[in-house]
Design a protein around this ligand. Structure first.
Ligand SMILES: [Zn+2]
Length: 255
């Protein structure tokens, strides 16, 4: 097995240094491309040049966000292979769809598919033995935006239960010690969950006010993203019976 990375040229506040496009080779020249990123002819050329004479078998996407999936269909077309993901999304139309527990052969290598909803409903992680391609479920160097907190925490706990050696994320550097990384992610999320609840209990006001308090230490340019995570925490707090809504204002319920 051989793994290579091509960094897409899309650095930014939401993408860190840019999107990691991963090439996974079974060791005999069968290769999948994971997360080709946004449409960018220079990045496509870099991927095709790195593939060289090897045989691509598919272009995979971990999820359909705009920094991961839009080049999948055009690149798959250019390479003459299927574009593969959990389902259609903006600017992505899979030729083959993968569900939780699906297997995919890359030459001699078996790729196992885990559905990890939370960052997005359609998020997949790909496992090659003890190596996990984690997309935006887990990224290098920071936490991620979460759409559905209950499912996200469940997806983290699910990965935690696998015997993994390496995490290869959609952004940032690869990580060893997956259990420690996932424990940090879980602790960070549960801490934020408590902070959101405490802000509501203190009566700070609207969702925007909760964001301003809980994410006071985070650059304001990231507050739109933080708002989505706070809403995900609030929905989970509501499901847990810890808060109610008074119009637009979340209100803490007695324990
Ligand atoms: Zn991303």
């Amino acid at each position: 097995m051989r793994i290579e990375r091509v960094l897409a040229n899309n650095p930014g506040p939401y993408t860190g240094p840019g999107t990691n496009t991963w090439l996974l080779d079974d060791g005999t020249g069968s290769v999948v491309v994971i997360d080709p990123g946004p449409v960018d002819s220079r990045h496509a050329t870099a991927i095709v040049e790195l593939l060289g004479q090897r045989a691509p078998v598919a272009v995979l996407v971990t999820h359909t966000h705009p920094d991961h999936a839009p080049m999948a269909n055009p690149l798959a077309g250019e390479l003459g292979v299927p574009a593969v993901g959990h389902g259609p999304g903006p600017k992505f139309n899979p030729d083959v769809t993968l569900l939780d527990g699906s297997d995919m052969m890359v030459g001699r290598l078996r790729l196992e598919v885990i559905h990890t909803p939370g960052h997005s409903d359609d998020h997949l992680c790909f496992l090659a033995g003890a190596v996990a391609f984690t997309g935006d479920h887990i990224i290098g160097g920071s936490s991620v935006m979460v759409e559905d907190m209950g499912r996200y925490l469940a997806s983290l706990r699910r990965l935690r239960g696998l015997s993994l050696d390496r995490l290869l994320p959609g952004h940032g550097e690869e990580m060893g010690q997956p259990e420690a990384v996932i424990d940090w992610y879980l602790a960070h999320r549960l801490q934020r969950h408590q902070e959101v609840y405490q802000a509501v209990a203190a009566g700070v006001g609207t969702v925007a006010d909760v964001v301003a308090v809980v994410y006071a230490g985070v650059d304001r340019s990231l507050h739109p993203l933080a708002t989505r995570s706070v809403l995900a925490h609030l929905r989970l707090l509501f499901e847990e019976g810890r808060i109610a809504w008074d119009g637009e204002v979340p209100v803490a319920l007695p324990p």
